[in-house]
Ligand binder design. Structure first.
Ligand code: BGC
Length: 429
């Protein structure tokens, strides 16, 4: 077959992402506090499942308590220089990471300058390697004192968050050096996991609370947007991170299935993007999976169930469907905003599917660009294996494998394939 070269726009950002709680280690926030109870619950669940050998042979595995406790995580807090050396060697020109609020303000009103200096060093160390930082100011973990006042259910959290952001961006070497910002990670997934699905802390299941949290998060995004534009460097871009799963009706001829998909798309995409309005210079699109929805009582969305039984999956059972990103990009066209793909990745411990996954998505992204989508960057999730939310360490999303006993990093073959794309700004198919 004839080879095709898919060229990406000039100045395209290529990189990967991480988040503080998932990689840094020794994080003392509400999420870390909750992990012990989660471990007990998940280990019971895990005992009932049949796990493949390639998962059980790894450390830690889903039957072990350590799997669910962030603990040292990847020790990225201490090893960021080594990790950024790896990213640079893989030709990444950008990197997305998050700031741990609980380090900056462990107690109400008591800011820790040492931690601010730490993040200033992290930023400098990226820039020294020619890597553009994209800074996320909150990736779900809250200081414990914020959790005590009801976290994002409480309006006061917005003011506290804005005060933290203000302090953070005014610190020398931070606001004056970063161009790309996202105040909050994924409204949709945080609310879905923490206030509807009961999967992450505070494990609530309340539509009323979910809506209140959404409103507070949107206000926080708007206020942070104004503040960063006022205080930080002149040419900053402040985006909003959106988790956008591609939904399709299991049976396109079933009216209820079609209606449900439309409703879900409206609630999870249009409504939130419209609420944020002009307080987003770009959409940070975060895409993982595809859900074929079938109308029925019970299941993930209460009145619909996901049916992906006949498709190719990641280790976590998420359907691999690269075409979905194309449809999502086309769907988002109406908002007329530049888009950075700020997360897209696969749990694949054997590294058998990752290259196909990345290349497949890039082919469809390229097609969307050809047809007018303004996509300006791609960040694979994640630079390294890390703590995958409530599932813990067993899902392996990394371009780089982490040995959690020795903390040794090992570059996976797929990372080297992705490096060629980053280097050449094109994909050869
Ligand atoms: C989150 C990440 C998470 C990834 C895979 C995203 O929604 O931002 O923290 O690891 O999904 O589940």
């Amino acid at each position: 077959m004839e080879k095709k070269i898919l060229k990406f726009p000039e100045g395209f950002l290529w990189g990967a992402g991480t988040s503080s709680h998932q990689v840094e280690g020794n994080v003392d926030n509400d999420w870390a506090e909750w992990e012990f109870a989660n471990a007990r619950r998940k280990m019971e669940e895990a005992k009932k499942k049949n796990w493949p050998g390639f998962i059980l042979d790894n450390y830690p595995n889903p039957l072990q308590e350590e799997n669910y406790i962030s603990g040292r995580a990847c020790d990225h807090y201490n090893r960021y220089e080594e990790d950024f050396d790896i990213a640079a060697s893989l030709r990444h020109n950008a990197h997305k990471f998050s700031i741990e609020w609980s380090r900056i303000e462990p107690e109400e009103g008591k800011f820790n300058d040492k931690e601010l200096e730490h993040y200033a060093r992290v930023i400098r160390s990226l820039k020294d390697r020619g890597i553009e930082p994209l800074v996320v100011l909150w990736h779900w973990g809250n200081p414990k004192w914020i959790a005590k006042i009801g976290a994002w259910e409480n309006k006061r959290t917005v003011d506290y968050y804005v005060r933290y952001v203000n302090r953070f961006i005014k610190f020398p070497g931070i606001g004056d050096s970063v161009k790309f910002w996202m105040p909050l990670n994924e409204f949709q997934a945080y609310i879905g996991y923490s206030y509807l699905g009961g999967i992450l802390p505070p494990q609530k299941k309340s539509l009323y609370k979910a809506n209140r949290v959404l409103k507070n998060l949107v206000t926080a995004q708007k206020k942070a947007y104004g503040l960063i534009h006022k205080v930080a460097a002149r040419d900053v871009l402040v985006g909003a991170s959106h988790h956008a799963t591609h939904h399709t009706p299991y049976n396109p001829k079933n009216f209820l299935n079609v209606l449900f998909v439309k409703l879900l798309d409206y609630i999870k995409k249009d409504r939130i993007i419209k609420m944020i309005g002009s307080c987003q210079d770009f959409i940070g699109l975060q895409v993982y999976r595809h859900e074929r929805l079938r109308f029925s009582l019970g299941g993930r969305y209460g009145i619909a169930r996901i049916d992906n039984e006949k498709t190719d999956h990641s280790d976590m059972g998420w359907e691999i469907y690269p075409e979905g990103i194309y449809h999502t990009l086309k769907y988002l066209k109406k908002f007329d905003l530049p888009i950075y793909i700020t997360e897209n990745g696969i749990a694949d411990a054997r590294d058998k599917k990752r290259t196909k996954f990345i290349n497949g998505h890039l082919c469809w992204i390229h097609k969307a660009i050809q047809e007018g989508a303004d996509v300006k960057g791609y960040f694979y999730w994640s630079l390294m294996d890390n703590l995958e939310l409530a599932e813990g360490f067993w899902p392996r999303f990394g371009l780089v494998e982490v040995d959690y006993e020795t903390m040794e990093r090992k570059i996976r073959p797929s990372a080297r394939e992705y490096a060629k794309i980053c280097k050449n700004n094109c994909l050869e198919t």
